[in-house]
Ligand binder design. Sequence first.
Ligand code: B3K
Ligand code: ZN
Length: 903
Amino acid sequence: MADSDIATPAVIHRADYAPPAFLIDTVALEFDLVPQRTVVRNTMRLRRNPDAVRAPRLELLGEQIEFVAATIDGKPHSAVQAHEHGLTIDDVPDAFELTIESICNPEANTTLSGLYVSSGNFFTQCEAEGFRRITYFLDRPDVMSTYTVTLRASKDEYPVLLSNGNLLEEGDLGDGRHFARWEDPFRKPSYLFALVAGKLVALEERVKTGSGKEKLLQVWVEPHDLDKTRHAMDSLIHSIQWDEKRFGLELDLDRFMIVAVSDFNMGAMENKGLNIFNTKYVLANPETATDTDFSNIEAVVGHEYFHNWTGNRVTCRDWFQLSLKEGLTVFRDQEFSADMAAGTQDDAAAAAARATKRIEDVRVLRQMQFAEDAGPMAHPVRPESFVEINNFYTMTVYEKGAEVVRMYQTLFGRDGFRKGMDLYFKRHDGHAVTCDDFRFAMADANGRDLAQYERWYSQAGTPRVKVKTAYDAAARRFTVTLAQGYGESSAAARETQQGPLLIPFAIGLIGKSGNDLPLKLEGESAAGATTRVLEFTQEQQTFTFVDVAEAPLPSLLRNFSAPVIVEYDYSADELAFLLAHDSDPFNRWEAGQRLATRELLSLASRAAEGGALSLDDSVVAAFGRVLTDASLSPSFRELALMLPSETYLAEQMAESNPAAVHTARQFVRKRLATALKTEWLKAYDSHRTPGAYEATPEAAGHRALKNLALSYLAELDDAADVVRLATAQYDAANNMTDRAAALSALLNTAAVHGDDTIAAKSLADFYQRFEKEPLVIDKWFALQATQRGSAARPTIGIVRSLMAHPAFTLKNPNRARSLIFSFCAANPAQFHAGDGSGYAFWAEQVIALDALNPQVAARLARSLELWRRFTPALREKMRAALEQVAANVKSRDVREIVEKALG
Ligand code: B3K
Ligand code: ZN
């Protein structure tokens, strides 16, 4: 990080966008790869941009690189000035060839941005602004060029040399080194450049795509990981097939490569033809990976592959448009996963499988994105300004962005959405464009004016829809009045709010028998579908259903048709009825969550006042019915029986009180465990999956419900049953899902009963068994960091001693996340301990990470951003920790986060 960046933290504004003064048509890069001193020679063909104002000089960006020499059209050029932000070149012609030589030090690069070394191999990460750490360049997404890349390196140490596109030639250099030359025929922005060099092996497959062309697919890993690549390869093949079938989009290169690396800042990166992945999203076999890992791998492989069209072929004009590629690609990966889960099952089973995926996605959105929207980092899907772009790869840009894309499909149907996509590619293939361009394509393809829809991109905060209904029995009319607003938004969000949104509001009406009633809106001649999407565009609007034979119960916002909060006064009985009958599986789940949330929040308030806790039998009975309803899929039951998370519940309180939430939630878990003990034991037994492990959604559903049963049983006062079941499950497990669930149950029972002898034995066994599998050792750390604590044995003590474990290192992001982030973000009751010990630990770790890896540090820094919403005692301790961090960090990344938080 250059010092002057810290001195002048420039805020970048969307409104200041100007086209680049120069364009770069071709780039020829030559690398002499040496860990401490890599020489890069970069030859570019530049010309003035006819669409830009004439600039007096050429300004290229460069960071943390050493300038050696520059020539223009083959001749040395004297008017070149190297500085800490790049290179300024005066007296340049209108079109010319520029060659620049520079040096970088990949081995010393702990930021994992630019060119770096991991386990002795070379990797790159360029998005968003890492390319400037490799060579001087117009490092911005609207400069698109064709690249030729020559790699030279020691043949023994780096036998494999990869870059984007197609391999042109390779050979020996005679001095112990060899070379490879790659060419990417597609124009691309610099953030999609990649190279990999090292000792790697690949699983290979050849497939034929729609047009009959044969393509080579490779998954590259370190040799000892080759046995964990099959699932990633299958996921890639399925992704290729799905994008052809659903969107008519074919793989455009002859070769598509995925490379796994264990040191990586995020999940994966969609570099053209050479995707680089965190090992966590590639490596899997039944012994090492859980069902969740298997489905995450499928989703991330799909996501990066889908970027080939949505992101790479059509890219972003500037980083404010990030959601253009990310929101759209998340939507595409969500649909892919839903279709994969549905498979070839019958309609009802397929719908249930799709709903399960939808529920999981909405749960993440509500817990994480709604929280972001309520705090100091609130920003629109298309932000207006930023200090550090890496801080804007957010839940809002990704997950809310995906909802904004999904709503086009909800409004226009799958066919209308497809028409919009086709027009988008017809207009913009090969270009760098904006979110507006996408909206215009959707509007024009469907003959609609979507001007109002722009507000979904420009307004921050979570919209609230208040619903009022009235039934007139004599007139057989049912009116639904919707009113929209933002409630109490954070200051950051308030600034952006201008007016009402176009909200697709899906609704159904349910009769006394539990069936959907026919729906006829006033003015219609006949009843239509039993779920209708109302187009809600005003601040307040009334919709009237006619010929309604009986007083209905409304099922609101079916399938979560818009990313909003619905406020409606359901009684507990009505929620129990919806939980039992709604034909919309999402809303069935939603009814259970509303019921549970309401009970849990009132119990949390009582717990905060030290009152006695009790839970009505009717609530227990409603959950009992779900548990024993064999007509529901096991995966749906698991989701419906999982209580809202402590984090989500604390966010719903007027003043977040994690300790009270924990007490309330544990009370309810124990009550459900005790009252339904027989049912849980029965569920445990009947959902076992004996025999060879299968990674199918059905088998995963059985394991999920069985392991949920085990976790409830771990709440019982009498630990004997669960210890017996969990120990047997641990010992007999032939897959990581069951083994990790058993270990987690043992750890939590140990905390409840204050005796960890058995848990300690299993923990030691787990470590020993998987010592050579870093991703499993991450789980070992995470399980301990998220375990329940007690006054006698707070989790912070365990976490601190694990920091000193020989296998712990701050330098590897996965390892740092497994221990530190797990504790700070996934163990709220212990992290928010009243003595502030969690916050002190957090501050130490943010400061330590800031010096190594600002991007990872900035993520951790976000753990306290909602501090103003906590109880006064916690709030003051959080502020002190934030101030300590603010006084001790240097990176622009972390400064932006803590300064906004302290605001
Ligand atoms: N596009 C990358 C994310 C890059 C993050 C840079 N800080 C992965 C993805 O969204 O597919
Ligand atoms: Zn992405």
